[in-house]
Unconditional design. Structure first.
Length: 231
């Protein structure tokens, strides 16, 4: 596994779990708003030996009960399945963060019960996917396949979208809701940082978030992170 770093303990990332977050190196998208843009190239210096991670997890297995494998895009890792098996042998649940492009591997991991929770990013309505993902002529068939597969409820899952002033309208969100049905769906406000590829992008104001929350609160499983429904 090409591991760029890890967060030893998180109380928020994996629902109902105290988890460790592992960040893999390499992504097949170049989202202009990515907070982890240093993880996009497949090659990088100072990668962490997976033995260090596994030793840490073994030592903390009485405190932790989950591991989030994030990135980058974890499904690009050729030995992802083998690494997951090692983590499962320690006795920890696994949450996978993915963009859904590697549908075949996602399906295999779920069907073989190697993962316990999936958080899949949906970048935008499909008419804007090239713009939002930073990749021209992106083949979205696998993304659609991943969405439809998760909707069959083989595993606990959520969909999520990072919303950005320049890229997202409420109509885009309605198009995504139509696609995902009654699935859990989280919107999270963009935050600018030194790692973002396009630093001209802007986040939503609190007033706009409240307005969107008022519009979307009638959709049972749609939430804006950081804003309670009914505000």
């Amino acid at each position: 596994m090409r591991i760029a770093g890890y967060e030893k303990i998180s109380l928020q990332d994996y629902p109902n779990h105290i988890s460790c977050i592992i960040f893999t190196q390499g992504c097949n998208l170049k989202c202009p708003f990515c907070q982890n843009s240093t993880l996009i190239p497949m090659d990088a210096n100072n990668l962490i030996d997976e033995k260090e991670i596994l030793e840490y997890l073994s030592l903390r297995k009485n405190i932790l009960n989950g591991v989030t494998i994030s990135g980058g895009e974890p499904t690009l890792q050729l030995d992802l399945k083998e690494f997951i098996k090692k983590v499962k042998n320690i006795g920890l649940d696994i949450k996978l963060d993915t963009n859904g492009i590697n549908f075949n591997l996602l399906k295999e991991l779920v069907e073989n019960k190697l993962i316990d929770y999936v958080a899949m990013d949906i970048k935008n309505s499909f008419s804007k996917y090239d713009l939002t993902s930073g990749v021209k002529n992106l083949n979205i068939e696998n993304i659609i396949n991943s969405i439809n597969f998760l909707k069959q409820n083989h595993i606990d899952y959520e969909f999520r979208t990072t919303i950005i002033n320049e890229y997202h309208t409420i109509q885009d969100i309605f198009e995504i809701i139509e696609l995902i049905g009654n699935s859990k769906y989280y919107l999270q406000n963009f935050k600018n940082s030194d790692n973002v590829l396009d630093k001209s992008l802007t986040s939503f104001t609190e007033e706009k978030l409240i307005l969107w929350n008022e519009i979307l609160k009638n959709y049972a499983n749609v939430y804006i992170r950081g804003i309670e429904k009914g505000v």
